[in-house]
Design a protein around this ligand. Structure first.
Ligand SMILES: NC(=O)c1ccc[n+]([C@@H]2O[C@H](COP(=O)([O-])OP(=O)(O)OC[C@H]3O[C@@H](n4cnc5c(N)ncnc54)[C@H](O)[C@@H]3O)[C@@H](O)[C@H]2O)c1
Length: 274
């Protein structure tokens, strides 16, 4: 998909951080953009700001972990945006500083519900809108560098589980959409300066409500030194235009990913070839 002008896009997690930056970048490229987020007021403000900058933008309240909510959002996109060409399935939450043994059933439901089922629900409901017009399009799923290796010392096992799943889902989707004119990318950033350290403030009531864990506090320092969201958005724009699958933003991910793969290869080397 080279020519974005006049085409339709949806970005989840668009009230803040990476999603907001991608929504603005797509809008500046001439797309009509639906900014979708669970933070209703905040996403309305983001869309109003986008309109102030000359972008054709609407806002939607959605909980990506809730299949019915995403189905309703898809219907609204159809009504308010028209033909959809690009879906950026980006909404996500952090879950750091908690060992697996202390991760409760509710914690798992929240992390996997938003980070994994969120991407799956959005693909299930947004992809048919892209397929319907036959003009092609692109799906971008936000995973993380943590979708390729487990970082020691951060106790982010549940988060890594969720992001590995997004990478696998995206790799499978790419295979299934080959030849359809719909490209797939998976966004795998390192630290980005966003509000992800405040994820717990927006945990829904039915999953235990807002909480604060001192063990997670390091995340704020880590991300505040991170890359600017606009720089990540530029990478995403390049990937959509060149139909690139993996979108990495941090060269520092090379060593840990290589180390993991070397360990896997060494294990394969130890078995006798059939
Ligand atoms: N910031 C980083 O360092 C970093 C690194 C790697 C990957 N990521 C990923 O990038 C994505 C965007 O995160 P960010 O860093 O911009 O954080 P952010 O907190 O600034 O933005 C995330 C947005 O998602 C929204 N959201 C959360 N739960 C939702 C739900 N159930 N339904 C709809 N919207 C929901 C939030 O309200 C928020 O506006 C996430 O998937 C995250 O895991 C971030």
């Amino acid at each position: 998909m080279i020519d974005l002008k006049g085409k339709g896009a949806v970005v989840t997690g668009a009230a803040s951080g990476i999603g907001r930056a991608i929504a603005f970048a797509l809008g500046r490229a001439g797309m009509k953009v639906a900014l979708a987020d669970i933070q209703k007021d905040k996403v309305e403000r983001a869309a109003a700001e986008a309109r102030g900058a000359g972008i054709d933008a609407v806002s939607l309240a959605v909980d990506v972990s809730d299949d019915g909510s995403v189905a309703a959002a898809a219907h609204e996109i159809d009504q308010r945006v028209g033909k959809l060409h690009i879906a950026i399935n980006n909404a996500g939450i952090a879950f750091h500083g908690t060992p697996l043994q202390e991760t409760s059933a509710t914690d798992w439901q929240w992390v996997l519900g938003v980070n994994v089922l969120g991407v799956i629900n959005c693909t299930r409901h947004f992809l048919p809108l892209i397929r319907r017009h036959g003009e092609g399009g692109h799906v971008v799923n936000t995973a993380s560098g943590s979708g390729f290796f487990v970082r020691p010392g951060r106790k982010q096992g549940a988060y890594a589980v969720s992001k590995f799943a997004v990478v696998a889902f995206s790799e499978a989707l790419e295979i299934e959409l080959a030849g359809t004119g719909i490209g797939v990318s998976v966004l795998c950033p390192g630290a980005v300066d966003t509000e992800i350290h405040g994820s717990a403030r927006n945990r829904p009531e039915h999953l235990g409500g807002a909480f604060e864990r001192p063990a997670e506090a390091f995340l704020k320092d880590l991300t505040s030194q991170g890359m600017a969201p606009d720089a990540v958005a530029q990478r995403v724009m390049e990937a959509i235009r060149s139909d690139a699958f993996y979108i990495f933003t941090h060269a520092s991910l090379r060593d840990p990913i290589e180390a993991r793969h070397r360990r896997i290869m060494a294990a394969l080397d130890r078995i006798t070839p059939a």
